[in-house]
Design a protein around this ligand. Structure first.
Ligand code: SF4
Length: 387
């Protein structure tokens, strides 16, 4: 009797965390005897790993699914089993079923597991997830609801994976988490998330500060210890990490980056806005001055450090004067690269529930263009390598 070997294909949207999750989903398939198909048209099971950071990202996943459906209809072939995972699962099974009836199964991200072997295409550089979820409550962000509470992976598990990668010849790694500097410091509470999941009304004042969701390190922060432990492996030549947040970028971490030259000189430090009133509405947990202090300390630790950022333009209520504060911060910091996003309300986020999306689209585009020219066009010829 001849058994046909089943095949899978994973289509990934979004950020590095999604790509790292897809590598582990591939590992799970291969452990179950599946082989990777070269094309989604040829597979038995198709995983769509989705991003929900902006409406456009969700639209792209839905568009892809639509094309898949059309193709199999036209070819009059049975379509593969379709499995949906990633950040769009925050909509919940019922809504997803309405939005995308062709989906056969929903795979919660947490079920992939840290310790599932990753199947990596890149043979030189490897992503290593060190935490999942996020305990912060930035008002614009869907991650705390799609990925759940933050959970740090243990030091031993991470070091075992580094050792395995060294055996395979890897020399460059990127440690991944939504907030890597808080690794090992997350609190267990459920706090605001419970309120968000309910239909109760709330205001900006009800939101907990992001800092309140983490323990304060008494001595060396755990993330610094992790960097030091990984640096002891001679074979590892470059260590990158993302994402770091300004509110817990501890002095010890800055000192470690300054001294430890295995750590890449590019630091990604999302600011989102240069205006304190917008930062308050975003619940970012720091002020413009705090951000500048971190930048100054980083440059004092090593003038070769290059800094990049994320910015949102057109956040609810953003006035011209508030936007100009972001422009002036861009001039002051001189970021080498910026991922500038136009705000769009994400259903399920706090900002969608408490603010009106009141900046006209043409104005958002104008602000986007100003920052794009000021930061990215200016540094076009010497942009840092961002993995
Ligand atoms: S730190 Fe803020 S922006 Fe980043 S994942 Fe958490 S909630 Fe989202």
């Amino acid at each position: 009797m001849c058994h046909k070997i089943k095949s899978y294909y994973i289509h990934t949207f979004g950020c590095q965390s999604n790509k790292a999750d897809s590598e582990r989903i591939a590992g799970d398939y291969q452990a179950r005897g599946f082989v990777e198909a070269d094309d989604w048209r040829e597979c038995d099971e198709l995983v769509i790993n989705t991003c929900a950071v902006r409406q456009r990202a969700e639209d792209r996943a839905r568009g892809f699914l639509h094309n898949v459906g059309l193709y199999f209809e036209e070819q009059q072939k049975p379509r593969p089993k379709i499995i949906l995972t990633g950040c769009m699962i925050h909509h919940g099974d019922r809504k997803l079923q309405e939005m995308m009836p062709a989906v056969d199964e929903v795979l919660p991200i947490g079920e992939v597991g840290f310790n599932q072997t990753a199947i990596r295409k890149d043979k030189k550089h490897a992503f290593i997830p060190i935490s999942t979820g996020c305990n912060s409550f930035c008002t614009f962000c869907i991650v705390p609801y799609s990925r759940g509470r933050e959970k740090s992976r243990s030091m031993n598990e991470i070091l075992d994976e580094v050792a395995l990668l060294i055996d395979q010849g890897y020399e460059e790694i990127t440690l991944l988490g939504m907030n890597v500097n808080s690794w090992g410091l997350e609190k267990l509470g459920i706090g605001f998330r419970k309120l968000m999941m309910s239909h109760q009304e709330f205001t900006r004042e009800d939101l907990p500060d992001n800092q309140s969701q983490y323990l304060r390190p008494k001595k060396t922060p755990p993330f610094v210890k992790l960097l030091q432990a990984i640096s002891k492996f001679d074979q590892i030549k470059v260590i990158r990490f993302m994402t770091s947040n300004p509110w817990d970028f501890h002095d010890e971490l800055i000192a470690e980056i300054g001294l430890n030259k295995k750590i890449d000189r590019y630091v990604h430090l999302p600011v989102q806005s240069g205006s304190n009133s917008v930062l308050y509405r975003m619940n970012r947990g720091y002020k413009r001055e705090d951000y500048l202090r971190v930048v100054q300390k980083l440059r004092a630790a090593d003038p070769k450090i290059v800094i990049g950022t994320d910015i949102i333009v057109g956040f609810p209520g953003e006035t011209e004067a508030e936007f100009e504060e972001t422009v002036s911060l861009a001039k002051e910091v001189d970021w080498q690269i910026a991922f500038v996003a136009i705000y769009s309300p994400r259903p399920g986020t706090a900002s969608d529930r408490i603010y009106e999306d009141d900046v006209p689209h043409h104005e958002k585009r104008r602000r986007w263009q100003i920052l794009e020219d000021l930061i990215n066009q200016k540094h076009l010829s010497h942009r840092p390598v961002v993995v």
